[in-house]
Design a protein around this ligand. Structure first.
Ligand code: XMP
Length: 504
């Protein structure tokens, strides 16, 4: 495995994903938690950082026990850190060092740069620059503005690059990482969805034996893949519980339940919508809605799970980005962990998280390899509290039905027009306003619906999707003509930040 030491850069996870794309297993650990006693480590990557190496607060660590034993690649801060701590100088750079640059001169014979095209484009993003390197280091690449774009320590397996090979705009970044991970570190590139399934199924059999396991399904990719994987390992000892809180999409409960049954899962569908509607009556505050639904879910799940005898484990579809230990920078956590809502504590069960090591794209690949249908795998993210946070103001069954119909027209049209896979997430929002319209000879005074569709790669930032006007015209017409109670449709053109994806 490759270890990625995280110095707090926003692109650390991206480095991890790129390494995994090279069919190489890697782990991201805080910069000061290198696993010295793990014999399976074949190489180390030092990430970027929001700090300057000469900052008092900068994250520092010692490469003792690593340098000379394992190949090392420093990226951005990682490169500056190794140059600085070995006698080089690092100083503030001009703003010129942001963005696209081209490797004008480089040592094409260096193993790190093998196969790179002349003047290949790289992406620079740093406030500091290395102005001189230690005497035993050599420059192996420069751009017209950055003399030390990449270096190697003479006679050592230690490199630094000031640009970011992991980002899309570094056109041959993957080749550079491949040179490091495969040629230099000697990865066998045997990490794949198939190998993951094989080893995980074997490990789950060993871990769970004849124990009974319960798992909550949400209809989303992660919990569904976790269920199918566990089903392969322990079959009927796995019971899945799928709770309908009444805030799902139109027909979603029945459709997804059907999918699960076709996948051979032992699944209990619980329609608890009446309980949820009763609890939510009159509640308008978004965070209260979330709390009520979260608690209601735990109660229903707990009640159902207790009907199964001798359950020992609670399985969850937690994925790697939720587990990566976050660094606290100036007191604020930059990546927040998903909260699983106190379920394991309440139920006093042992926790089983078979997807704990996977990135989202790997979860999808595993799902495909397990033979799951594409529509389950490519499903857009959907918030746990569902339509409750897409109805602004109080919730009634009637409002949910109106929103479900509008949302269904929108989502079905995205499928029909071949646009569904081009957006990250989409849905309709029921606004707490009424406006005047005219239908035939009648004056109407009805609700407004907002449509939201965004493009994103991780939901941290998002842009509104530039959907075709013809498409929007058709969807708007269909909603107004077919959904009783709605006479106006708007399209949300806010990006995140400063807006969020959901309205509540
Ligand atoms: P925001 O609105 O914060 O959403 O831009 C980012 C992503 O998170 C989803 N989301 C939620 N998911 N429970 C969830 O399970 C929630 O309470 C919740 N709120 C937002 C949202 O749909 C988007 O994918």
């Amino acid at each position: 495995k490759i270890i990625i030491l995280d110095f707090g850069s926003q692109t650390t996870q991206l480095i991890g994903r790129r390494v995994r794309e090279l069919n190489t297993y890697c782990e991201i650990v805080p910069y000061n938690k290198f696993p010295h006693d793990d014999p399976s480590v074949i190489g180390v990557i030092l990430s970027g950082s929001p700090f300057s190496v000469y900052d008092e607060k900068a994250f520092r660590m010692s490469l003792d026990g690593i340098r000379g034993r394992l190949p090392i690649l420093g990226i951005c801060y990682g490169a500056q850190f190794m140059a600085y701590t070995n006698g080089g100088t690092v100083e503030p750079a001009g703003t010129r060092e942001y963005g696209r640059a081209h490797l004008e001169k480089f040592d094409a014979a260096n193993p790190l740069l093998k196969g790179l095209e002349p003047s290949t484009q790289v992406w620079m993003s740093h406030g500091d620059t290395i102005t001189s390197i230690p005497s035993n280091f050599k420059i192996i690449a420069s751009t017209d503005k950055v003399a030390v774009a990449a270096y190697q320590a003479e006679g050592e397996q230690l490199w630094g690059v000031q640009f970011h090979p992991e980002v899309y705009h570094s056109v041959q970044g993957t080749e550079l990482l491949r040179n490091f991970v495969v040629d230099i570190c000697g990865s066998r590139q045997d990490w794949s969805a198939a190998s993951f399934i094989e080893s995980t199924v074997a490990a789950l059999k060993e871990q769970l034996g004849d124990d009974k396991v319960v798992l909550g399904l949400s209809g989303g990719v992660d919990s569904s893949v976790a269920a199918v994987l566990l089903n392969k390992a322990i079959g009927k000892n796995l019971t899945c519980i799928f709770v309908d809180h009444g805030m799902l999409r139109k027909n979603e409960f029945a459709n997804v339940l059907h999918d699960y049954e076709c996948l051979g899962l032992n699944v209990i569908g619980v329609d608890a919508s009446a309980e949820f509607f009763a609890e939510l009556a009159g509640v308008t505050d978004p965070e209260r809605k979330r709390k009520i639904i979260g608690k209601g879910f735990i109660d229903v799940f707990d009640r159902e799970a207790h009907k199964i005898k001798d359950v020992k484990w609670l399985a969850q579809g937690t994925i790697y980005p939720d587990c990566i230990e976050s660094l606290s920078i100036t007191g604020t956590t930059i990546k927040s962990h998903h909260n699983v809502g106190g379920l394991p504590e309440k139920m006093n069960l042992k926790l089983c998280e078979p997807l704990r090591l996977l990135f989202k794209d790997e979860v999808r690949a595993v799902g495909r390899e397990l033979g799951m249908p594409e529509h389950l795998i490519k499903r857009h993210p959907f918030p746990g509290p569902g339509l409750a946070v897409r109805i602004l103001g109080d919730i009634t069954p009637e409002k949910v039905a109106v929103l479900q119909n509008a949302d269904d027209i929108f989502i079905s049209a995205l499928h029909e027009w071949g646009l569904y896979d081009q957006v990250w997430q989409a849905g309709a929002i029921l606004l707490p306003v009424q406006s005047v319209g005219v239908m035939g000879d009648e004056r109407t005074y009805e609700r407004a619906v907002a449509l939201r569709a965004v493009t994103s790669t991780d939901a941290m930032t998002a842009d509104w999707a530039h959907l075709p006007y013809d498409f929007m015209a058709k969807v708007s017409n269909d909603i107004i003509n077919k959904v009783k109670g709605v006479n106006r449709v708007c399209y949300d053109i806010s990006s995140k930040p400063p807006a969020t994806i959901e309205w509540e």
